[in-house]
Ligand binder design. Structure first.
Ligand code: TYM
Length: 325
């Protein structure tokens, strides 16, 4: 199957990004044709620093590799290095009703938080272009991107009905556990890289930081360690994170923790995260010294993606009545 997914380069990659997206990517890369993209064009729709932007993009490619994406198996590349993403985005804009963009949850959130611009509104159309350009069959993401992938499906169907069968209609793939990791400081909110540092665990946090952040994580009243999202959002979130990294079922963890305190749960979780994240940290340190190697991977990735994208765009231009030259 053809797989496409991406992460924005701004902010630190956290355990939510890992469990919602990267963990799936690692499982998928062995048996599928995967494209994993650093979506730099998406990131510039909200405030960012152009001076450090290139470095951040490069760092995210390092994160993919450090977390276990294998450049021999998957195509890793920067979105802006394949110009067809922008071109297709423009064409898809012409078949996307404005109303559908205004109802996107992330648009509503972002336009409240930042000064509104057309990029924030058209963000999901660029995402549809990313996906449809490669005839993607499966899009592995976290829960918060589901609505965007559904829109990409609608756009594909609409385009196909106007211009004839052109795009594969993709499927979204969301895991049962880990699709929505919540903030450590407010477990009723999604863990987000744009929130303050104490609210998330970065994939590369030091053992001291992990312990400190987990010990400060908001818990609930009562003493019982039980998964109950409505009445115990804090403990439920910690149990979910435990489940993701231990690969144990939540009921199993509840049983093990039956006579233990919230503090015990936090101590055990901090030790588990320290152990599981340590290899990522080590690999990242090592890769950070090999910039040319990483640049080469991105260059080769872009070359491979470009071949696919150019071929598809030729077909698309023909379908919409534009010239190919
Ligand atoms: P981004 O950069 O916000 O997030 C990257 C991936 O991480 C997932 N994620 C989470 N999963 C579980 N719990 C959380 N708290 C959590 N926070 C984030 C996201 O669902 C996502 O899978 N628009 C996308 C990037 C994108 C894309 C694409 C994805 C652009 N084009 C094409 C797939 C296909 C985004 O902003 O993700």
């Amino acid at each position: 199957m053809r797989i496409f997914s991406g992460i924005q380069p701004t902010g630190n990659i956290h355990i939510g990004n890992y469990s919602g997206a990267i963990k799936q990517w690692i499982d998928l890369q062995d048996k599928n044709e995967c494209l994993f993209c650093v979506v730099d064009l998406h990131a510039i729709t909200t405030p960012y620093d152009p001076e450090t932007f290139q470095k951040m993009c490069m760092e995210k490619a390092i994160v993919y590799l450090a977390a276990g994406i294998d450049p021999e198996k998957a195509i890793i590349f920067l979105q802006s290095s394949v110009k067809e993403h922008s071109e297709l985005c423009w064409l898809l804009n012409t078949v996307t009703p404005l109303g559908e963009l205004y109802r996107m949850t992330q648009y509503k959130e972002k336009s409240q938080k930042h000064k509104e611009n057309a990029g924030i509104l058209n963000y999901p159309v660029l995402m549809a272009a990313d996906i449809l350009l490669y005839d993607t069959e499966v899009v592995p993401v976290g829960e918060d991107q589901k609505q965007h992938v559904e829109l990409a499906k609608d756009i594909a169907r609409r385009f196909n009905s106007y211009f004839g069968e052109t795009f594969t209609v993709p499927k979204v793939q969301i895991l049962k556990t880990g699709a929505r990791v919540m903030s450590l400081s407010d477990p009723t909110k999604k863990m987000s890289k744009s929130d303050d540092e104490d609210s998330y665990i970065s994939l590369f946090d030091s053992p001291e930081k992990i312990r400190k952040k987990i010990s400060r994580a908001v818990t609930d009243t009562g003493k019982e360690i039980k998964y109950d999202k409505k009445n115990k959002p804090g403990i439920s979130n910690l149990l979910s994170i435990y489940s993701i990294f231990s690969e144990k079922k939540i009921e199993e963890i509840e049983k093990e923790m039956k006579d233990k305190s919230y503090k015990d749960l936090k101590d055990d979780l901090a030790s588990l995260l320290t152990e599981k994240l340590e290899p990522f940290r080590r690999k990242k340190e090592e890769l950070s010294k090999r910039e040319i190697y990483v640049q080469e991977i991105l260059k080769k990735g872009a070359e491979r993606a470009r071949v696919m994208a150019e071929e598809k765009m030729e077909e698309v231009r023909k379908k919409v009545g534009l010239q190919n030259n």
